[in-house]
Ligand binder design. Sequence first.
Ligand SMILES: [Zn+2]
Ligand SMILES: [Zn+2]
Length: 382
Amino acid sequence: MAFARLLLALLLLFAAAPGQAASLKPLSVYFLDVGQGDAALIVSPTGKTVLIDAGPPEAQATLVPRVKQLVQGPIDLIILTHPHLDHLGGMSRVIQAVGVRRFMDPGFDHPSDAYRKLLDVVGEEAGQVMTPTPNPSAPDTPLSIGLGEGAALSILWPRVPQEPFLKSTRSDANSNSIVAKLTYGDTSFLFMGDAEPETEARLLGKPLDLSATVLKVAHHGGRYSSTAPYLAAVRPQAAVISCGARNDYGHPTAEALGRLQDVGARVFRTDQDGEVLAVSDGATVTLTAAQGRAPPVVVKGQGPGAPRASSGPKGKSVEIVVGRQEPAASGSGSRYVSLKGSKVFHREDCPTLKRAKTQQRTVYPDRASALKERRPSEDCKP
Ligand SMILES: [Zn+2]
Ligand SMILES: [Zn+2]
């Protein structure tokens, strides 16, 4: 089955062994209460941390201490789904407070001071800055990030340069939000950013398993996103809407809530529930609201969204291991790296990089993308 085969190639690194779904070490996802905006923190079974968005600027005062409580040392990966203020407003302060190893955003230009200032902080603090570019030789294979103990985060959207950024939509910044799927045993989480209907339609046209136990609802429960066909593919057992109480946008909308109800999702809302904690043991996800609701809601995973390591061929997906400063030695040489402030790029295994004092570097998944921004260095002639 071509579809299954393709899926097998998606997530190989650290995938769980078959049949061990029950009672794995816990994986936690904190949907942080940041008012009108998004911020979710993943803490993997091995303690790897991924922060997806960091709320609006007003949330800084509560977000920074909360993140400091939840993480030790620098965050392994921060994903900015798209450069809107309600997603990046608290990010610089979080980075300055706890540090970050890797930073990922969709990589399109966005003319705002807040975004530029964030990129300055990222340039100073992050060890690696990246976009979710698929490998050109396997363009349908999403970037996959191993988080240990079989947990993996794959980036489903955007797929530049294989597919150009979506244009002429209601909001192109929203439409090109990073969409990421976290899988662990039989459970999964789908993070939609502020994806628009066009994004959902594109994803539906792909040979992807969109099913998810828990859905982080697109665009704060806005009217246009979370279309019926998309929700039919996701089949969420639970849905989390991140939005502020009495916000000006009317989020979440009755339309989106109605469609979520139609697919039977248990809806959590940060405006009413406060912070929502979702803990997966690989078989079920237990969702607990900080306020206003008891007892916790337990939902069952729908089965392995991700393929198993033991049953698939070695894929060509672009893999990074979160938590390591240096890329793994094996398979190196296929990517290209540029040091901060340098006009040239090197092969990933170039000795010059190993000697370099600065850990601030940009990794390009292929030569073409490196050439767009830098020229080949004289030493390793990449
Ligand atoms: Zn937003
Ligand atoms: Zn947005």
